[in-house]
Write a protein that binds this ligand. Structure first.
Ligand code: NAD
Length: 363
C-alpha cells in the first residue's frame, strides 16, 4: 500500500510527522513517500504542485496531506499560490466527494460553544460536492465601469452551475454513506431561489428511488445553518453543493469544539482519496510545537478505512485517540482546567503509546 505523504507548509509539517509516526506504529506493509507541495514546493520548483508531486499522488493508493499556505504568498499571482495545489490535486485525481465527519468526543463537550447537552454524542457526516458549483463556474470575471455605465464601482461575476451527472454522482455517494449509518439523508439546497439548486433537488429525488431504505429530506441552506446550531443531533448525513458545503462544514466543525480535531477525506469514484485535516496551515503557531495533530491522525484513520480497506487498523487509531483524551491530554486548542496541556509531539507520542498499549501519564 503506497501512500503519498504531502506535509505542505506551516503546521502541516509538524502534524503530518505525528500521523506518520502513528501509521508506522501499526506495523502494516505501508510504503510512505514524501514530496513537497504548496509554498514549500513553490520555493524549490517555482510551482505549488510540481509534476513530480502530482505523479507521486497519481501512482499512490492514497494521499496524506497536511496543509498549505502562508500569508507571505498572498501577493503571488493566483495560479502560483500554495492553495492552488489542493485545487490541482482535486482536479487531476478526480476527487469529487468531500467527507467531513463532525464528531463531538464525550471528553470534549465542554470545548464546544454550544450547551453540552446539544452536542454530547454528536456524530454527523457532511458530504460536500467538490468539483462544481460557483467555485468552478464559467463565465467568471470583472467588468470595469466604462463611461459611467457601472456607476461608482467595478462589477464582478461568477456563475453557479451543476450538471445532472455531477449531481447524480454525489447523490449516489451520499445515499450509500447514509445506508452504512442511520439511513437518514438531508439534501441541502436553495431551490426556492436558484435554478441550479432546483435541478439539484430534482436529481437527488430521482436518485432516491434507488435507495428506498434511506429516508430523504430536503432543506434550504439558510434553515440548515440554523438547525445545525439549534439541534445538530437531528442530522445524520448531509449532502450539499460545493459552496454551501464549504460553509456548513466549517459551522459543523465548530460544534465539536476545535477545528484541530476534524479529519476529512476527498474521494474519487473508486474510493481512492486525499486525506487531510479540515484546518489550514495556521501560520500563527507554525514551528512552535503547539498544533493539535489529532485531526491529521484521524485523517490517517479515515485513509485506512476508505482507501486501504484496513478498517481494523482505523478502529485502533480512533480508540487510541479516545484513550489519550480520556487520560486528560490536551493541546492548547482543546485545553480546559483540570486537563494536562501537551505539545504536538507529546500528543503524537501518546497516541502511539495508546496504540501499543503503554501507560499514558495523567498528570
Ligand atoms: P487555519 O485553519 O490555518 O487557522 C485558523 C485558526 O485555527 C488559527 O488561529 C490557528 O492557529 C488555529 N488552528 C488551526 N489548526 C490548528 C491545530 N491543528 N491546532 C491548533 N490550532 C489550530 O486558517 P487561516 O488562518 O484562515 O489560514 C491560514 C493559511 O492556511 C492560509 O494561507 C489559508 O489559505 C490556508 N488554508 C489551507 C487549507 C488547506 O491546506 N487545506 C485550508 C484552509 C486554509
Amino acid at each position: 500500500m503506497k501512500i503519498a505523504v504531502l506535509p505542505g507548509d506551516g503546521i502541516g509539517i509538524e502534524i503530518v510527522a505525528e500521523a506518520v509516526k502513528v501509521l508506522r506504529a501499526l506495523e502494516l506493509p505501508l510504503e510512505l513517500e514524501t514530496a513537497l507541495v504548496g509554498g514549500a514546493a513553490y520555493e524549490v520548483h517555482g510551482h505549488p504542485l510540481p509534476d513530480s508531486t502530482l505523479a507521486l499522488a497519481k501512482t499512490a493508493d492514497a494521499v496524506l496531506f497536511g496543509a498549505v499556505g502562508d500569508w507571505k504568498y498572498d501577493k503571488l499571482e493566483r495560479g502560483l499560490r500554495p492553495e492552488q495545489a489542493i485545487l490541482g490535486l482535486r482536479k487531476h485525481l478526480g476527487l469529487f466527494a468531500n467527507f467531513r465527519p463532525a464528531i463531538c468526543y464525550e471528553q470534549l463537550t465542554q470545548a464546544s460553544s454550544l450547551k453540552p447537552e446539544l452536542v454530547a454524542g454528536l456524530d454527523i457526516l457532511i458530504i460536500r460536492e467538490l468539483t462544481g458549483d460557483i467555485y468552478f463556474g464559467q463565465p467568471r470575471g470583472r467588468r470595469v465601469a466604462v463611461d459611467g455605465h457601472f456607476p461608482g464601482a467595478d462589477e464582478a461575476f461568477d456563475t453557479m452551475r451543476y450538471s445532472k451527472p455531477e449531481i447524480e454522482r454525489i447523490a449516489h455517494v451520499a445515499f450509500q454513506a447514509a445506508r452504512k449509518r442511520n439511513k437518514k439523508l438531508t439534501s441541502v439546497d436553495k431551490a426556492n431561489v436558484l435554478e441550479t439548486f432546483q435541478l439539484w433537488k430534482e436529481v437527488v429525488s430521482e436518485v432516491h428511488a434507488q435507495y428506498p431504505d434511506v429516508s430523504l429530506e430536503h432543506m434550504y441552506v439558510d434553515n440548515a445553518a440554523m438547525q445545525l446550531v439549534k439541534a445538530p443531533k437531528a442530522f445524520d448525513v448531509v449532502v450539499t453543493g460545493n459552496m454551501f458545503g464549504d460553509i456548513l462544514s466549517d459551522e459543523a466543525a465548530m460544534l465539536t469544539g476545535s477545528i484541530g480535531m476534524l479529519p476529512s477525506a476527498s474521494l474519487d469514484k473508486a474510493n481512492k482519496g486525499l486525506y487531510e485535516p479540515s484546518h489550514g496551515s495556521a501560520p500563527d503557531i507554525a514551528g512552535l510545537g503547539l498544533a493539535n495533530p489529532l485531526a491529521t491522525i484521524l485523517s490517517a484513520a479515515m485513509m485506512l478505512r476508505y482507501s486501504l480497506a484496513q478498517a481494523a487498523a482505523a478502529d485502533r487509531i480512533e480508540s487510541a485517540v479516545q484513550a489519550v483524551l480520556s487520560a486528560g491530554l490536551r493541546t492548547g486548542d482543546i485545553w480546559s482546567a483540570g486537563t494536562r496541556k501537551v505539545g504536538t509531539r507529546e500528543m503524537g507520542d501518546a497516541v502511539v503509546a495508546a496504540l501499543t498499549q503503554k501507560t499514558i501519564t495523567k498528570s
